[in-house]
Structures are given as C-alpha cells and as structure tokens.
Design a protein around this ligand. Sequence first.
Ligand code: FAD
Ligand code: NAP
Ligand code: SF4
Length: 675
Amino acid sequence: MTQPYPRLLSPLDLGFTTLRNRVVMGSMHTGLEDRSRDIGRLAEYFAERARGGVGLIITGGYAPNRTGWLLPFAAQMTSSADARQHRRVTAAVHAAGAETKILLQILHAGRYAFHPLSASASSIKAPTTPFRPRRLSGRGIEATIDDFVRAAALAREAGYDGVEIMGSEGYLLNQFLAPRTNRRTDAWGGSAEKRRRLPVEIVRRTRAAVGADFIICYRLSMADFVPDGQSWDEIVALAQEVEEAGATLINTGIGWHEARVPTIVTSVPNSAFAGITHALAQHVAVPVIASNRINMPEAAEQILTDTDVSLISMARPLLADPAWVRKVSADAADEINTCIACNQACLDHVFVHKTVSCLVNPRAGHETTLTLQPTRSARRVAVVGAGPAGLAASVTAAQRGHLVTLFEAHPHIGGQFDLARRIPGKEEFAETIRYFTRMLDKHGVDVRLGVRATAADLAGYDDVVLATGVTPRIPAIVGIDHPMVVSYAEALTGTPVGRTVAVIGAGGIGFDVSEFLTTAHSPTLDRREWMAEWGAVDPWQARGAVTTPLPTAADREVYLLQRSAGPQGRRLGKTTGWVHRASLRAKGVEQLCGVNYERIDDSGLHISFGSDRRDPRLLEVDNVVICAGQDPVRDLDAALRRTGLCAHIIGGAAEALELDAKRAIEQGTVLAARL
Ligand code: FAD
Ligand code: NAP
Ligand code: SF4
C-alpha cells in the first residue's frame, strides 16, 4: 500500500534522535498540571496520545520559579521532587508509544501572571490582569535565566526528551522582545539586540547545561498582532540567534493573549499562518514547526509539501482525537473526530479553572474515569433524534457492542448543529456531522432517516433513549403570526429575508444569526479578506503585524434586541465571545437592550424601553427573526410512560436552558458508556 500522507508520516532525523513522524501535539494547559494528585491522570492523557502515534508531545507550561506562575501555586518545575513526580508522565508516554518523544514546556508568565509576585521587563500592567508587574532588576534577570536552566536540567532528570522554551503569546520572553513592554535602557533593553538577549541567553545556557543530545525547542512569536510588537527583521534575527545558541527546533507562536486579532477560533481561516512559518523557515537551518488552525491531514501534508515547514503542531486536534495519527496512517482520515476550534471545553475551561476536555470528545482529560468497555451482553437500543446528543449516544453504544437503531425525523442527521454549520465562520462544524455519519456506518447503527418515531415504533427495545432535542421558542408578542416573522431555523435554511431585519433575542443564536444576515460571504474562506477585517498583516508588512481594520460592508441592516439590560453577549464563550461581539460591531449591527416588544404589524416592529415603556420606537424592518431561546421536545416521553416504558432522556429533550452541543455530546457519551 502506498503511504497516504508521505511527508506527514515520514520520520525526522534530528541528529541525536529521530521523531517518528511530523505531527507535534502542541502545548496546552489542561488544569491537570496544577495539582500533584492529578499526575496519574495527566500521564494517562498523554499516554493515550502516544498510543495514537503522535511523533512529539509538548506538555502544558511549567513555571521555572514562583514569579513565573500563571496563577498562585500553578504548575512549576523547580525541584528534584517535581522531577520525580514527572517520571510517571515520561514513563507512561515512553511505554505507550515507544518512539513518541515528550518535551516539558517552561513558561514564565511575566506580566500575564494573576498574582501579586509578577515581574516583567518593565513595570507595565497587561490589559488582561489586575496586577502591575515589578520590573526585574539585572540580578533578577540573571536569576531568571538560572531558573530556566535548572528547570531544563530537572526535565532531563525527569526523563523528558527535551524542553520547549516558551517565547511567544506575550509571555515574559516576548515581553522582553517587544518595545511595547520593554522600556529598559540597560543591558536588556533599548535596542533590538539587547531586547533579545534574555531569550538567547536562556537557550545558550540551557544548551550548555543539558548537553548536545537533548531537544531544545524555542517557541518564537512570528506575528505579535499588537502595536509596538516586533518587526520582521527582529523576528528573523532572533530566530537566527536562537539557532546559533543551540535550539534544535523552532516552533511558531502567533499573537499575544491581549491581541485583538483572533488566532485560533473557528472563524480563523484554516492554515492561516503557515505562510509566516514558511517565510521564517527560509532564514534558519533547524526544522521549523507550523501551528494554529491546522486540523486535518490534507492541509498538513500540503504545508509540508509546498513550504519549508518541517513539522505540524496540533494541540486541540489531538485533544479531540487521540488516535489522529493512527487513523491517518491507516488512510482513514474520514474517521477523524475533527477539532472544530470552538474552545468550549478546552480553553474556556482553563479560564474557569475546570479540567480541560473537548466538546467533540468528552473523554479528553477524563481518560481514567470515562472508559468505554466492550459490553458483555448486547442490548437492543433505540435512540430517537440524530442531533449531537443522539449521535453521541448511538455511536458510543454501538461501538461498545450494543445493537442500535437511530430514528431521525429529518432526512439528514445533525439536529440544531446542522444549522450551526451554516453560520459564516462555523463552516468546520460540518466536520462533526461528517465524523458521526462515518461512525454510524462503521459501527453498524441502523439509521432510519425521515422517520418521526412514535411510541409504537419503540416497543420491544431493551433501552430507549430520547434525544429529541429542542424547538425554537415562539414568544407571546402581538402580531407574532405576521408573515414578516420567521424563526432562526427558517432564516438559516433558505426562507428569504429582506434587507432590514430585527433579530429578537441576543443569545448565542441571535449573535450567530446576525452574523449570518450581515455577511454575504464568509471571510473565513478568504484569508486576505479576513486579515483586512481584523487589521492583521503579515509581519514583514508592519511592526507588530497590525494595521487599521477594514471590515467589508454589512449585507443587511440588522437590529439585535434583548429584553434584559446590556451589554449583549455576556454569556458567550470566555475566549470566543469577544470575537463575536467585535464582528457585530464591525458590521454596524445596532444592539438594543432593555426592550419591550409591543407589537408586529405591516409597518414593522414596535418597541419601547424599560418598565415604564418609555421611548416608543418603530423599527421599519422587512422581517423579524425570532431567536428567543428554545423549548424541549419531550412529547414522546408521556406517550412512552403510558405504555409503561421509562426512557433515558438526554440533551435538549432533558433541559433546553443553556443547552449546547458540549452538554449534549457529553450526556450521550456518558449514558452510552453505562448501558
Ligand atoms: P437537537 O440538535 O435539537 O436534535 C434533536 C433531533 O431530534 C432533531 O434532529 C430532531 O429532528 C429529532 N427528533 C425530534 N423528535 C423526533 C422524533 N419523534 N423522531 C425522530 N427524530 C426526532 N452549540 C454549541 O455547543 N456551540 C455552538 O457554537 C453552537 N452554535 C449554534 C448555532 C446555531 C445557529 C444553532 C441553531 C445552534 C447552535 N448550538 C451550538 C446549539 C447546539 O446545536 C444544540 O445545543 C444541540 O444541537 C442540541 O443537541 P440535541 O441532540 O440535544 O438536540
Ligand atoms: P439563549 O442564549 O438562552 O438566548 C435566548 C435569547 O432570547 C436571550 O437573549 C433572551 O434574552 C431571549 N428570550 C428568551 N425568552 C424570550 C421570550 N419569551 N421573548 C423574547 N425574548 C426571549 O439561547 P439561544 O440563543 O437560543 O442559544 C441556545 C444555546 O445554544 C445557548 O445556550 C448556547 O449555549 C448555544 N449556542 C452557543 C453558541 C456558541 O457560539 N458557543 C452559539 C449559538 C448557540 P432576554 O430574556 O433578555 O430577552
Ligand atoms: Fe477543539 Fe472545541 Fe474540542 Fe477544544 S473543545 S479541542 S476547540 S473541538
């Protein structure tokens, strides 16, 4: 058999060691790093990815000292006791995938730290934390270098194959590199050469301490996406000096955490930044790793074939599917459970101190507790509804050996998620539907499309799972039956909508529908347009890689309304909400809060404000689109109870409030794991 992805699956000889393929599981904080009692879970989490065949794993960030903690008492590598603990991780990885290599990432948060001990190049507060950092003294800088070197030596003691030195995303080393945050005039600032002295010294002294046969990867910010960031000449010079100082690999970092350019969310074009990595790779001899928004093998193979990039980093895609490489090797890319870059169960969890997991793979981070054992007694299971909840339940139950029949009223699977994929910027949600389609087939689920199941259809099964989901709520507004009123489901599936529109309800769906109505074609599918929208340029075009945003004109005039007080969109995702809010602002969507819906008639939507119904206003719109939440669809439950059958109810059918696909898929998986 010819190799399906010859470049991606080819080994990479680093001289003293070899990587089994070109796939790197990039660093990602999981929350399991921060408590020593979780080290066993962390070991199994990485071991599962090693069994899946990944070439190189990079751990979440470990601070080299207390000052570098991200949070109080965050993960650190500062003592032999720490190193001894980590032997469980390195041993598990090396035992699981004999050839998989693992690096410890050393991360000093600098001014991004959420604690009062923080320190940076200059005493300039970050917009993302309440703490003003102390300016490191010359002695403090020397001590910091020593701490990085000690952390690397301890990593070697712990059995790691190397370290990654975190120099990007706006953390300490990046803060020294950019005029934005380094206003020093001593030996560590004042010129580009002096600003890059700290990272270069760290690499040089680390190499001297760990010897020649230990991987040192340097994560280098190739586009800061902040004003007063680095210039391209400075980035190239840094790469060359880091190489000369002893780095084995250079990894790509894109954008500071405070950047107002999205860098990893779903709406960022696929492979958007690979061209920047390619440009950098032309200036150094060491292998360079591309990163951000690369999630499928075709794109990865194309980058490796068409550019000077040597490796592809994928953190979230390996969270979503630990067997990613194994499936690629077996030429079964259509079986990959693709990361859709939603951040909902991974990065959003980090910000609320919850263990990281994955919307499409609830086992991620819970490998030791959510196990899927083959069943010893196959049961006949009927699942009603092929939305995310029913799909997850069907596939998981069938995978365990149960005999599953799935009923779906529509002629296609997906439920509400099939509407989500129509939103500009959410195109990749279709990959989840593709994945489930393939898994239903692979695991032999009997899929009955276009069948609205009745209680009679469900007689005779050992288990019945109601995953009948939700239906759009119809609010009690005078004139709600007017022909100008359409539901979000109708608007998204082709019902014509005029040029001026009022959207009732500013939850996640109201935001998405407003985006849909104002966007003629998705900038996610056109990198040049997307960069212009966000004021991003390639780093050789401007210092910091930013310029004035040039959003395309809105396709419609949209009013987005809610009854409660503003601002709108407070419940959107922690790490993605700002992107949605900024998009609607750029499209000139008029956001109105504290609204009363008085009536709808031929002249439009009549509203007033506040409990005293002040400031009556007529919105002369062509259409009113209703996005006022959902109600559960549970009528079958009552019918089943009358026949004496007690069904399992999951997803939106169980509870519509604040329902999302994360909860739906998790409930389906957990239930099926127990059947
Ligand atoms: P549903 O998706 O409602 O599926 C229920 C299914 O059951 C339907 O296909 C229905 O036809 C079928 N059914 C009902 N009764 C019967 C019957 N008697 N017989 C046979 N079939 C039946 N969530 C996120 O997490 N992130 C997002 O970014 C996101 N974006 C969204 C954007 C939009 C525009 C929309 C509309 C939703 C979005 N969601 C998002 C929400 C997410 O899609 C829902 O939370 C999820 O689909 C709910 O899953 P479910 O399986 O419980 O129900
Ligand atoms: P939602 O977030 O609960 O928002 C419903 C909106 O409708 C609110 O703005 C609410 O605001 C309004 N509303 C509720 N009842 C109303 C009534 N009777 N009359 C008029 N207005 C009413 O629900 P959703 O937007 O339908 O989204 C459903 C779920 O999908 C969400 O929970 C979300 O998690 C998920 N989703 C997620 C994303 C994402 O990007 N992560 C995107 C889309 C959807 P007022 O009460 O203030 O008017
Ligand atoms: Fe990817 Fe979303 Fe899973 Fe995070 S939660 S790994 S972004 S699919």
